[in-house]
Design a protein around this ligand. Structure first.
Ligand code: ADP
Length: 425
């Protein structure tokens, strides 16, 4: 209890005591107590009325005169008002800082509500996406009129990125990402990837041009080497082994160039959507594989379904051949390689299982990288470019399919290609 409260109680007690003393002389005690209570009540009502009037006017202007505990009440109100004002100032400062920082962001940022209406956008959004300040409240699909953008917003798959050209400058390429937060609110971010895409294009063109340019000299070199080998009379072992090694190396380079060109084509070529007869394709691949294997009957083909898939036959041939050849290459000569085509849970699967040396858990995620070979010394002995599984991954990506690798060192590997239901035809 504060001293002002005590003072308030003391004054009431004082008046009651005075009334008791006076009543001893003149009587009428209860009338005097009634009058004292009435006085206290009227005084409190006056103060309450004054406080209500001051609050109604927004607690502005001078603090009304008060005494006793009312002084304390006004003091608390003023303190609350001051803290509130300070908090408001702090909040406004923070908001301004946030506005300035998002305004200075090089990436476009747009806040969208649940109806895809614009709630706020920064300056970069106006420059990159062509939005105007007056577009606030407008639905963004009505302003950025690309079907793929509309589709992207509708899909609500916020783990994906969308690449589009800027609606106001076709030379600018934007990568769009949506982040959801709060109740139905989403932040749309657009990042300028023009330079990155240009570099990517240049890298692809460079690899394609170099590979293409290397093809002719390699063919000429190989032709001459074959002629020289034909004319070799075997008198000089040095010459014979040199020709042999040169031929092997030109062969390897030719494979490398062919694989690089195939990868470039996979990155740039239009997708085909023919109905590919996978069982027939696998039969052909396994037959060819048997020719490659020195031991006959190494491949066991089991066609458990006759379903076909939509895609590009040549691409699928190349991917499946790579898997079968790898299985033959990286397992003992007498061991069996199983090739299976089956359906499970509405999906179509093609799997190649071998009883070879397997791949360690650390290497599994890396074998699909370009030029990655697990054991370089061993791999060099077995011909290969390190591009085979990269080709498989690319081909499967173009068919909405996925590559799954299950392998155990010393036991063998199983490479499975999983085709979604929508690809079955
Ligand atoms: P490569 O031309 O070297 O065969 P790939 O891209 O086809 O290139 O394979 C990458 C690496 O993955 C290979 O060097 C090999 O070490 C490993 N690998 C691929 N398939 C198998 C398999 N069936 N068994 C064991 N290792 C494999």
């Amino acid at each position: 209890m504060t001293w002002l409260w005590k003072k308030e109680i003391e004054s009431v007690v004082f008046w009651l005591l005075l009334a008791s003393v006076l009543s001893l002389a003149i009587g009428h005690f209860s009338t005097m107590v009634f009058l004292i209570c009435l006085g206290v009540l009227i005084r409190q009502i006056r103060f309450i009325n004054q406080l209500e009037k001051w609050l109604r006017q927004g607690a502005k202007g001078k603090v009304p005169k008060a005494c006793g505990v009312w002084e304390d009440i006004y003091y608390h109100f003023l303190r609350l008002k001051k803290t509130n004002r300070q908090q408001k100032k702090e909040l406004a400062k923070r908001l301004e800082q946030f506005r300035k920082s998002t305004g200075a962001l090089p990436d476009a940022a747009v806040v969208l509500n649940a109806q895809d209406e614009i709630e706020w956008e920064n300056a970069a959004a106006r420059d990159m996406l062509g939005l105007k300040k007056s577009d606030k409240g407008q639905r963004i699909p009505n302003l950025i009129r690309f079907p793929e953008f509309n589709h992207f917003l509708k899909a609500k798959d916020y783990s994906q990125y969308l690449t589009i050209v800027s609606p106001i400058n076709s030379n600018i390429i934007l990568e769009i990402k949506v982040v959801s937060y709060g109740k139905g609110l989403r932040l749309l971010l657009a990042h300028d990837v023009t330079q990155l895409k240009k570099m990517e294009r240049m890298r692809k063109d460079f690899v394609a041009n170099v590979s293409h340019e290397l093809r002719t000299p390699l063919t000429v070199l190989k032709g001459y080497l074959e002629t020289l080998t034909d004319f070799d009379n075997g008198l000089s072992p040095l010459h014979t082994t040199s020709f042999q090694q040169m031929l092997e190396q030109t062969d390897r380079m030719q494979h490398l160039v062919d694989d690089l060109l195939l990868l470039t084509r996979l990155e740039t070529k239009q997708k085909k959507s023919d109905c590919v007869d996978v069982p027939k394709l696998l039969r052909q691949i396994c037959q060819e594989g048997e020719y490659l294997a020195s031991v006959k009957q190494r491949i066991e083909l089991s066609l458990e379904t006759q379903v076909k898939v939509t895609g590009d036959e040549e691409e699928l041939r190349s991917a499946f051949t790579n898997l079968v050849v790898n299985a033959l290459k990286y397992s003992p000569e007498e061991s069996l390689v199983k090739v299976r085509w089956h359906q499970n849970a509405g999906k179509a699967w093609m799997s190649v299982t071998d009883k070879g040396e397997g791949i360690s858990l650390v290497d599994i995620p890396r074998v699909t990288e370009r030029f990655y070979r697990v054991d370089v010394k061993r791999s060099r002995k077995l011909s290969g470019t390190g591009l085979g599984l990269a080709i498989v991954k690319h081909v499967l990506m173009r068919h909405d399919a996925q590559l799954q690798i299950v392998s155990e060192l010393g036991k063998g590997s199983c490479f499975s290609c999983e085709f979604p239901h929508k690809r079955i035809c």
